[in-house]
Structure formats: structure tokens, C-alpha cells
Design a protein around this ligand. Structure first.
Ligand code: CUA
Length: 360
């Protein structure tokens, strides 16, 4: 194995890499790399609005990683640029470069440095992971349901179900996530939290919001035709406002019970939105404007039933539980989820069918 630069019987190349100009350039590039790396770490322009304790840890780790990346980038590009300018071929020079076969010292150095960097980053990553998974006393628990194509949030402490997530600021919340159908992914960019939502197991994640405000919840796993419409909001508010909201939700439940007596369609109307039907269908009665599936205005009149020879009620029921049995002309098959027959209890299904039957 050859080691130091081998130059055969050629004259030493001029100028030498290790003369004073080379040393000065190396020092300047090194200083520039260190300054750029520190600035990138300190004033990271890519992430700067973390709204949770966990997000601040993640951003700090990300800042360190991009800072180190910036040092390497400026060092490599700086030395490359310096070499191109100083050692490029002179006019009339048609000699080959020196035949270099390897440099053991250099190879050891450029193996050790990345190994040390990776080792440090892995320790820091472990610390962030451990901190972000540390349980706290007095956690608020919220059960998150993902379904095609909506989010549902259930608060077991208060027996409240909501379409938006409300969280008190500065209190650790444990989200237990579960899907009704396919794999979704719960993502709040401002919290730096993204967690898969699975049909066959409960996944958990912790959030401690630190800034009041309203942030988007995004589904980050392609889950079907209306994946892009599967959004909700998280409202981070003071503990007082949160308690007020809890109280208003309790009152809303009582109001709903009253409304159900006064309006037999209330249940079906609620199910229509809870199950995400509004994400894909037009229904003027509920201000739904989804464009993925056929419009449902006037479905109770029975045009579809005439095409299949069923009663209108049978037709609507079948269209929910077995949507591929009959596809309205102009719409593709296999777009509407075929799981509603199992995910919606039969009594709810009847209320939903009754509600749609009333759309004349
Ligand atoms: Cu749910 Cu994408």
C-alpha cells in the first residue's frame, strides 16, 4: 500500500500546497466555516416558530446538525474553490498531474472526524428523544381518531368529542392516536410533532404547547382521494379559556340532546360531518362543498335508486357501506372508503340514512 504523495521522478509541483499562501487560505476558510456554522446554529432561518417545549428541543438539535453541516459545506467548497483558482492548469501546460495513490494520515483524519460528529449527534438525539417522551404529572389525555377524511378528538376526563383540538398552554398533553380505517399521520408543524395513526394499535405522543394561538393539524400520510382535505385546527389557549371551552362543550351536549328532540335530523347531520362525508360531497343543507364524490343534494328523491332497482333507503344504505356496488356515472370506483359499514354503528348508520333520505 502506498502512503505519502508519490511524485516519481518529476520535479516538485509549483506552487506548493503547503506554502504560506496555502496556510493562510486554510486558516481563513476554517474561520469562515466556523463563523458560518455558528450563525446557522444561532439564527437558523429554516425553523424559528416552535410552539411547544418538544419543538424547542427539536429545533435546537436541528440547529446543531445544520450548523455542523454548514461548517463541512463551507470548508469543502472553500478549499475546492481555492484549489480551482490557485492550481488550475496554466496555458501551455499539458503535463499530467502528480500520480497520487493515497494518504493514510488524511484517510484516518477524515474517518475519525465524521465518526465523532455522528457520535455526538446520536447522544444529543437520544437526549432530545428521552426529554420529549418523559411523562409528566397531571397530563391531559386526548384520544385522537383519524378517519377518511376527518379528525375527531375525545377528552375522556370530560366526555367531550370535538372536531378541533383545544389544548391549555403550558400543560403537557398525551395524545393517544388510533385510526378507524387506513394509516394516517398526525402532524402539527408548529409543534414539530408528527406521529403515524394506525388502525390496529394505539400510538402516543406528548405535546406541551408554549404559545397561545391557532395552528393547523395536517394529515401527513397519503390516505385516499381526499387526503389533502383531512385538516383540522389546534387551539392553544390559557387554562381559563380552556375550562370555559370545556364547559361550553358540556352545555353543547345538553343542547344537542334538546335539539335531537326538536330536530330528529340533528344526529344524522352530526354524523355526516363527524365521518368526513362533507370533505368529499356537496350538501347544501350542511354547507358541504367537497368535490371528490357526487353531490348529495336531492339524493332522497331517488334518482340513484331508479338506476339500481332498490328502494331509496336501500340505495343510500348500500352507497355508504358498499360504495363500489354502484358508481354514479362520471366518478371513479374505489375512491370512497369501503369501511363505513364497520366503522359506523348500525344505529348511527340508520340516523345518517334517514338524514340523507330527507334531502329532497
Ligand atoms: Cu389521512 Cu391523509
Amino acid at each position: 500500500m502506498s502512503h505519502e504523495i508519490s511524485q516519481g521522478d518529476r520535479p516538485a509541483p509549483s506552487p506548493s500546497t503547503f506554502d504560506n499562501t496555502g496556510k493562510l487560505a486554510a486558516i481563513l476558510i476554517g474561520v469562515a466555516a466556523a463563523v458560518a456554522g455558528f450563525l446557522m446554529y444561532r439564527f437558523n432561518p429554516f425553523l424559528n416558530n416552535a410552539a411547544s417545549v418538544q419543538g424547542v428541543y427539536v429545533d435546537n438539535l436541528f440547529g446543531i446538525a445544520t450548523g455542523i453541516g454548514t461548517v463541512v459545506f463551507v470548508l469543502v467548497q472553500g478549499l475546492l474553490l481555492y484549489s480551482i483558482i490557485r492550481f488550475h492548469r496554466q496555458p501551455g501546460d499539458d503535463e499530467d498531474g502528480p500520480p497520487i495513490h493515497g494518504n493514510t494520515r488524511l484517510e484516518i483524519v477524515w474517518t475519525i472526524i465524521p465518526a465523532v460528529v455522528v457520535f455526538i449527534l446520536s447522544i444529543l438525539s437520544y437526549q432530545v428523544l428521552a426529554a420529549n417522551e418523559r411523562p409528566a404529572a397531571n397530563e391531559l389525555v386526548v384520544e385522537v381518531r383519524g378517519l377518511q377524511y376527518a379528525w375527531q378528538f375525545y377528552y375522556p376526563d370530560y366526555d367531550i368529542t370535538s372536531a378541533d383540538l383545544h389544548l391549555p398552554v403550558d400543560r403537557q398533553t398525551r395524545l393517544r392516536l388510533r385510526s378507524n380505517d387506513v394509516i394516517h399521520s398526525f402532524w402539527v408543524p408548529e409543534f414539530r410533532i408528527k406521529k403515524d395513526v394506525m388502525p390496529d394499535r394505539v400510538t402516543e405522543t406528548l405535546i406541551t404547547p408554549i404559545d397561545e394561538g391557532v395552528y393547523p393539524i395536517v394529515c401527513a400520510e397519503l390516505c385516499g382521494a381526499a387526503h389533502a382535505a383531512m385538516r383540522a385546527n389546534v387551539v392553544v389557549e390559557s387554562d381559563g379559556s380552556f375550562q370555559q371551552w370545556v364547559a361550553s362543550q358540556g352545555a353543547a351536549v345538553a343542547r344537542e340532546a334538546q335539539a335531537a328532540k326538536a330536530d330528529p335530523m340533528a344526529k344524522g347531520r352530526q354524523l355526516f360531518n363527524q365521518n368526513g362525508c362533507n370533505a368529499c360531497h356537496v350538501l347544501t343543507d350542511e354547507n358541504a362543498a367537497g368535490q371528490v364524490g357526487p353531490a348529495l343534494d336531492g339524493i332522497g328523491v331517488g334518482a340513484g335508486a331508479q338506476a339500481t332497482g332498490q328502494t331509496v333507503e336501500e340505495y343510500i344504505h348500500a352507497s355508504i357501506v358498499a360504495p363500489n356496488d354502484y358508481i354514479v356515472e362520471g366518478y371513479p370506483a374505489n375512491v370512497m372508503p369501503g369501511t363505513y359499514g364497520t366503522s359506523i354503528p348500525e344505529a348511527d348508520l340508520e340516523a345518517l340514512v334517514d338524514y340523507l333520505l330527507a334531502q329532497q
